[in-house]
Design a protein around this ligand. Structure first.
Ligand code: MSP
Length: 520
């Protein structure tokens, strides 16, 4: 039976167009989904938008629109952006959809019926941008949100509380029993220390606004936007309406989340699942921030970069490759246009692109344009051994949620194959078995690396595959499977016509300022 891989991104606030930070998270989830499909796994990839709450209501008001009109428009911006970045989500959830509203009501009702929700009064400092309360001690200079640096507001409300405090022991037990539940490890420790510091009950309904999901047993209240949003992960898995679907996808879920929302996903969400009587999620994969000039790129700081304009400038594959390769998942990384162009020229134009071009040229001049078969592994060729190491290394890195390492490892095969060509110089040899052996190995290395690169650079991989004369597509499901896949040495059959074309990755001269940089 194929393994199951359900991967989610956070659902984004559609209060503006997506920026490069959210594109980073979405492209990362996409690459993981693509890798797992390649491995033959049964995959569901979910992303979407978080439409309720004060932040969206106010933003709509500024636009003189109803929140629904506003999010109907802006949800489309996200869908369009992801499709233009070759993101292959299987589902796109909007929290205003009936399926979600019903799921939130069912989920909250289950928690209420299980006795974990009570009525009380809440007063506190609220950051609208975070849609969260802060304790006085957490505020910057006693007045500002520690994340957004904008003034917080004092809110007093009568509302319902979730008895989070009662779940501390069960959460700690869960963390002990599932040591790998948070990647990377340091983030697991952070989640555990939140819990050890003591958990307060959380206020989970609002009466101050009506833009939200009505509380089923007290419709004067709406469900707090975070409590509503987290449920999206089970809505899309068929919670409460499709038992078979739910059993298929839950709890084998991997939530990719930014480090700023670890507390919601690593403390609240598992406790909410426990309270509703379903198993907590399988894994949280925590990533860092993309920074611009050392600061988090964000809507409130106006330092956003538009990923769609950037991709139109540098190419979709180039942008995807850079996002996946540049920063180790879990760490923060500084984004710069110069670094993107530098890496593009080094890895894509000069390495992979050059290898494709060279091989096609020499196959044209020395083999009449027909690719020779590789040498069997263990019969003289050094590259076969490199390929075996690279495939094992890349596989291990993808399964550790380390796309940057998977790609670095995969590119080792490109480097080594280029080096082998430079050492043997087949372009100087007379046609014959020696040339055939070197080129056959190079073609086979290219075939393998094209499969490995496909999750990052899907369009280029498809084009290389076509030029090698291979049938199907490099990312056909199952090609990367450990058993019965196509990543073993010797899959290139020889005898295929190899096509030469324009450079797949033409070299770029860094332009002074990318048109993608928005100053508003
Ligand atoms: N709506 C909530 C999530 C609810 S999930 C049940 C939310 N939305 S958000 O639009 O503000 O942020 C969504 C994600 O984008 C977060 O994981 C956040 O870390 C990520 N990023 C926002 N800016 C980012 C960068 N500059 N860099 C990387 N990720 C960034 O929170």
């Amino acid at each position: 039976m194929p393994a199951r891989f359900y991967v989610t991104t956070p659902i984004y606030y559609p209060n503006d167009r997506p920026h490069l930070g959210t594109a980073y998270a979405t492209v990362t989830a996409d690459a993981l989904a693509r890798w797992h499909r390649l491995c033959g796994d049964d995959v569901m990839f979910l992303t979407g938008v978080d439409e309720h709450g004060l932040k969206i209501a106010r933003r709509a008001e500024e636009q003189q629109m109803t929140p629904q009109e506003w999010t109907d428009e802006t949800a489309g911006w996200f869908q369009e952006a992801w499709s233009s970045l070759a993101v292959t989500n299987d589902d796109f959830i909007r929290t205003t959809e009936t399926r979600h509203v019903r799921a939130v009501q069912r989920f909250t009702q289950a928690i209420y019926d299980n006795g974990h929700i009570y009525k009380g009064e809440y007063a506190g400092w609220y950051c609208v941008a975070c849609e969260a309360y802060y304790g006085a001690a957490e505020l910057e200079d006693g007045t500002a949100c520690p994340v957004h640096k904008t003034p917080v507001e004092w809110l007093v409300e009568e509302n319902y509380f979730f008895r989070l405090s009662a779940f501390a022991d069960r959460l700690l037990e869960w963390y002990t029993e599932h040591p790998g539940v948070v990647v990377p490890d340091a983030k697991r420790n952070e989640a555990v220390s939140f819990i050890r510091q003591g958990l307060d009950d959380i206020s989970i309904t609002r009466t101050s606004i009506d833009w939200g999901v009505p509380v089923p047993w007290d419709p004067g209240h709406v469900v707090y936007v975070w409590y509503d949003a987290l449920v999206n992960y089970v809505t899309a898995a068929g919670y409460g309406v499709d038992e078979e679907k739910f059993a298929r996808w839950w709890p084998s879920v991997h939530h990719l989340v930014g480090k700023d929302i670890l507390r919601f996903h690593g403390v609240w969400w598992p406790a909410m699942c426990m309270a509703a009587g379903i198993p907590p999620p399988h894994q949280l994969v925590v990533h860092g921030f993309l920074l611009v000039g050392g600061e988090k790129m964000s809507k409130s700081r106006l330092n956003q970069i538009d990923p769609v304009a950037l991709a139109a400038d540098v190419g979709v594959d180039a942008l995807r490759y850079h996002l996946l390769r540049e920063v180790a998942l879990g760490s923060d990384g500084e984004f710069s246009y110069e670094a993107l162009v530098g890496r593009y020229n080094a890895d894509l134009a000069n390495n992979l692109g050059n290898l494709v071009q060279r091989v096609a040229t020499v196959v044209g001049s020395k083999c009449g344009g027909v690719g020779p078969a590789p040498r069997p592994a263990g019969q003289g060729g050094r590259i076969a051994d490199v390929a075996a190491e690279v495939v094992a290394g890349a596989r291990a890195a993808w399964s550790r949620f380390a796309p940057h390492e998977a790609l670095a490892t995969s590119w080792r095969l490109v480097h080594e194959t280029n080096a082998e060509l430079e050492a043997t110089e087949p372009w100087k040899m007379a046609p014959g078995p020696e040339v055939d052996a070197v080129l056959g190995d190079a073609l086979e290395a290219l075939r393998i690396v094209t499969i490995l690169a496909a999750p990052a650079v899907p369009a280029a991989a498809a084009e290389i595959w076509r030029r090698l004369g291979l049938a199907g597509a490099p990312d056909d499901p199952g090609r990367g499977a450990e058993d019965g896949g196509d990543l073993g040495w010797g899959g290139y059959p020889g005898g295929l016509e190899v096509t030469k074309g324009e450079p797949i990755f033409p070299r770029r001269v860094p332009s002074e300022a990318s048109p993608a940089r928005r100053s508003r």
